[in-house]
Design a protein around this ligand. Structure first.
Ligand SMILES: *[C@@H]1O[C@H](CO)[C@@H](O)[C@H](O)[C@H]1NC(C)=O
Ligand SMILES: *[C@@H]1O[C@H](CO)[C@@H](O)[C@H](O)[C@H]1NC(C)=O
Length: 485
């Protein structure tokens, strides 16, 4: 029994949060839309895993549990025009209320990967059956519990690059659908709203089969194991000599043009050469690629540092990197009204029924029998994970960034703050917490070529770089061939 006065206080507190929070995003066939305004939602995102994707240990917190760092990064992202972050590894026992509320208050949505690299917390691509256990489900369900009450959680990734070679295209796909079924059942039973569940794919030869396999509807399964969205990690546009066709983006659009679920880049941003030009931005968000729902630049900060937009020091101070300025100038060229207007003919599409004929890569799974749940799963779904940590929004009172931040020209940003109270997604140009240092026009790419490593431009850079991502595409581009997937 709650005493009336306490009840009233709780109600007042609740209404004040609700009035200043983001509207949940929902899936309408091939588009994301704001559930209240109906505006289309296109991701202008960054991958957010300070410390690196694999820097995680039990009980040590995660990127959404350090509110001072979140405040600094939210202020910089708000100015950039970011509206989505992706967090790869979370600790479901940590308190995320302040960070998630900070991002909510500046118009930023969050996609959470439910897996982690810790033992028992991921589907092992080499042994999917034996890693699909009740303990694994307990972990991913507790991640749902931790985030399901936040209105700005855009979705959950059931997996990232589980299929990363032809050899695991046979055994893994049914398990990805199994995990999606389990997450969607858990959300339907335990969460206050429908939260989309999708997959983040590696850029391998079977990518269109992965999409076809995951978006189709299994007769009688009532959409429960289908992906609600499809992310592709794509590093095919490299340097200022690439284009819509050299990058192979045209091939993506030929195939994804008929998609019945939102498709976006769950990572993008080839780093050969550095600093980047980000010329792909205006194409990705332009008329040719309107079927796509945007993408997430890899990455904000952390290891491997070559991909960073911002360099964060151990004392919490941060330096904006040239890539931040270049991305900002490209984002500022986009037409927000075009991005947010719906394509009405794209919202009445029926997914194909799953069928072996949808699959073209030999050896890729044509098995649409979703594996049975491990014993104990149905009671876990009905009863919820016992003792789970469940977050909820809190009011954001601290708005001043407590760390020094330096621009690319060395100037310190004084009195950097966030502007709270967002009720819709952040977009470029909406809020400027500071004037960008170089603020280049972007169209010439001049800010991208003035850095320290201009000598690595082109194919020589590809050969010299130790990074796998994008190197193949540059080699292909150098040979004058279209970078086919
Ligand atoms: C924080 O660390 C950076 C890098 O080591 C250093 O340059 C800077 O002076 C430090 N700032 C403060 C306020 O200690
Ligand atoms: C709207 O969506 C339909 C169906 O996907 C597509 O064929 C058409 O090209 C889209 N129109 C625009 C303007 O994007």
């Amino acid at each position: 029994m709650i005493a009336p006065t306490r009840f009233l206080a709780a109600l007042l507190a609740l209404t004040s949060y609700v009035s200043a929070s983001l509207n949940p995003i929902e899936v309408k066939e091939q588009e994301f839309v704001d559930s209240k305004t109906g505006d289309r939602f296109v991701l202008l995102g960054v991958a957010y895993q300070p410390g690196g994707q694999s820097a995680v240990s039990a009980g040590s917190g995660d990127p959404l549990s350090d509110s001072k760092a979140c405040l600094r990064d939210a202020a910089l992202m708000q100015s950039l025009g970011v509206n989505t972050i992706r967090v790869y590894n979370v600790d479901p026992t940590a308190n995320h209320d302040e960070c998630v509320s900070i991002f909510d208050s500046v118009g930023i949505y969050i996609i959470i990967d439910v897996n982690s690299p810790l033992y028992g917390q991921y589907l092992n691509r080499a042994a999917p059956a034996s890693s699909y256990t009740i303990g694994y489900l307990q972990h991913i369900f507790s991640v749902v519990d931790a985030f399901m009450n936040y209105p700005n959680v855009l979705g959950f990734f059931s997996g990232n690059e589980i299929i990363n070679a032809e050899s695991n295209g046979e055994s893994c796909p049914p398990y990805i659908r199994a995990v999606q079924r389990d997450l969607k059942q858990y959300i339907a039973k335990n969460a206050p709203r429908t939260i989309p569940v999708g997959y983040s794919a590696a850029d391998v030869s079977s990518v269109f089969d992965q999409w076809a396999y995951l978006q189709c509807n299994i007769a009688g399964d009532n959409d429960i194991s289908r992906s609600d969205f499809f992310g592709l990690n794509d590093y095919e546009w490299c340097g200022d000599a690439s284009s819509y066709t050299i990058s192979g983006y045209n091939v993506l659009i030929e195939n994804f043009g008929s998609t019945t679920i939102p498709v976006f880049f769950s990572e993008y941003g080839c780093i050969v050469p550095l600093p980047r030009y980000f010329d792909e931005v205006t194409t990705l968000y332009g008329p040719q690629m309107r079927v796509m729902s945007g993408g997430l630049v890899y990455q904000w900060s952390g290891a491997p540092t070559d991909y960073d937009l911002v360099s964060v020091n151990s004392n919490g101070s941060a330096n904006l990197l040239p890539d931040y300025d270049t991305l900002s100038s490209k984002f500022n060229m986009l037409s927000v009204s075009e991005l947010t207007s719906q394509n009405s003919s794209a919202t009445s599409l029926t997914p194909p029924t799953c069928n072996a004929n949808l699959i073209t890569t030999s050896g890729f799974s044509t098995d649409f029998n979703v594996p049975d749940q491990p014993s104990g799963a149905s009671s876990l779904i009905s009863n919820g994970v016992s003792g789970a940590n469940k977050g909820s929004l809190v009011s954001v009172s601290a708005t001043s960034v407590p760390y020094p931040v330096y621009q690319t020209n060395g100037a310190a940003l004084s009195s950097l703050t966030i502007q709270t109270g967002a009720t819709a997604a952040n977009y470029p140009g909406a809020v400027k917490n500071f004037a960008s240092a170089s603020g280049g026009s972007g169209s010439s790419g001049s800010s991208g070529s003035s850095g320290s490593s201009s000598s690595s431009h082109g194919a020589a850079g590809a050969a010299a770089t130790p990074f796998v991502k994008g190197a193949g595409a540059v080699a292909a581009a150098a040979l004058g061939v279209v970078a086919l997937l």
